[in-house]
Design a protein around this ligand. Structure first.
Ligand SMILES: *Cc1c(COP(=O)(O)O)cnc(C)c1O
Length: 406
């Protein structure tokens, strides 16, 4: 009965057309697009073309002839409708961690007289590691880490920047971006959002939420490939005030003048540092093309429907109570199922063709990409999980051996 419902929901899905844009193995429920997005069908041929014809045939002339030099901005322009920003506010560069470093330091240094970076304990570890590094590096800078519930009250006259991840990588809880931005601005602080688990899954409007600065990952819902470059956003109104702390030649006003002194480019380009990875940009370009014609409000509704359906089937088949994850309006596009042997159960799921992942200490994580996941994927994942739990077949030595990446 639930399988029939899953199939009729798939048949009525207005975004069903997008699944054909991906190359996914048959018979697999891939529920880890929040960790590594699936391979777009167009990527292999495009990469081959960039390698063979552009790099192989046109060699260095490609920097001009194929405008490689402009790709960090040209590829970023495809992200503009996905996150609700202008293309002049976006750039593809580096990794999320490095982009975050750049924007945090730039924000901190623009806030004369304020020295505190404020974040929360549950933030994604790399974000807090980067903040710890900055606090150790910049004389006077201080990192204040508070519990999520105390965040708004902790914003004060000392706060230079508030830096948070919009959707929690563990629980999937989604913070109220507009409310945090309002509170921060009322106290004179800037905000730096990490949108790694939001961009490509939820409807974002960085302008109307009042977001100042943001970063995000290219290899999750944006399907840019393993280790894809990240993206950064600097609101137009702040660009003149901010300076990149890693002043490399690609962010220089005139890199090929080879001048003796650094002079930042106008606008967003000043946040570039070194030569961009053209092959990686080519893959991310194809990842972003999978969003062509996709209305992000429809993507968010589908994410909501998929995760809601998954919760319902899990509760019915497995008897696991996921009540706390029922508040869909405050949720990203993932569901976590706690289990004391979550690692082994997830390995057993993978062996049965359901790919999710595990986050210590006890969470099985299932991510739903609105572009390629089907309600039938949610159904089969829940039914296979129920079978594994009922039979106990997950409890096998081969599923307990920890690998480096969980
Ligand atoms: C995936 C992820 C990152 C990734 O950082 P990289 O430096 O690109 O490896 C950063 N922050 C959050 C919240 C993430 O989910």
């Amino acid at each position: 009965m639930t399988l029939d419902r899953a199939r009729s929901l798939d048949a009525a899905d207005p975004l069903a057309f997008a699944r054909d844009r991906f190359s996914l193995p048959d018979g697999l429920a891939y529920l880890d697009g929040n960790s590594l997005g699936a391979l777009p069908r167009a990527t292999p041929a495009h990469i081959a073309d960039v390698v063979e014809r552009q790099w192989g045939g046109d060699l260095i002339t490609s920097w001009n002839q194929h405008s490689w030099i402009d790709w960090p901005q040209q590829v970023a322009a495809k992200l503009a409708p996905i996150v609700g920003a202008d293309s002049s506010e976006l750039l593809i560069a580096d990794s999320t961690s490095v982009c975050l470093f750049k924007l945090l330091v730039a924000g901190l240094q623009a806030q004369t007289g304020r020295r505190v970076i404020l974040t929360e304990t549950g933030n994604f570890p790399t974000d807090n590691y980067v903040m710890q590094g900055i606090a150790g590096l910049l004389p006077g800078a201080e990192l204040r880490i508070v519990a999520r519930g105390d965040l708004i009250d902790a914003i004060d006259d000392d706060t230079a920047v508030v830096s948070l991840t919009h959707v929690d990588y563990r629980s999937g809880e989604r913070l109220d971006m507009a409310a945090v931005d309002r509170a921060a601005h009322a106290a004179g602080a800037l905000t730096v959002w990490d949108l790694s688990h939001s961009a490509g899954a939820l409807s974002l409007d960085l302008h109307s939420d009042g977001c100042d600065l943001a970063v995000g990952c290219g290899y999750k819902y944006l399907n840019g490939g393993p280790g894809a470059p990240a993206w950064l956003y600097v609101a137009e109104r702040l660009q003149a005030r901010l300076t990149s702390p890693i002043s490399g030649w690609m962010g220089h006003a005139d890199p090929f003048a080879f001048a003796g002194d650094y002079r930042p480019a106008d606008g967003i380009r000043k946040f570039l540092t070194g030569t961009p990875s053209i092959l990686a940009l080519a893959a991310l370009d194809c990842g972003l093309d999978t969003f062509a014609g996709v209305d992000m409000a429809a993507a968010e509704s589908k994410a909501k429907a998929l995760t809601g359906f998954f919760v319902e089937v899990i509760e019915n088949c497995c008897g696991i109570d996921l009540t706390s994850q029922h508040v869909r309006s405050r949720h990203g596009s993932q569901i976590v199922v706690p289990h004391s042997h979550g690692y082994a159960v997830m390995q057993a799921l993978i062996a049965r063709g359901v790919i999710g992942d595990f986050r210590a200490p006890d969470l099985m994580r299932f991510g739903f990409s609105p572009l390629y996941n089907r309600f039938e994927d949610a159904w089969s994942a829940a039914v296979i999980l129920a079978d594994l739990l009922e039979t106990g077949s997950w409890d096998d030595p081969r599923f307990h051996a920890r690998r480096a990446v969980t």
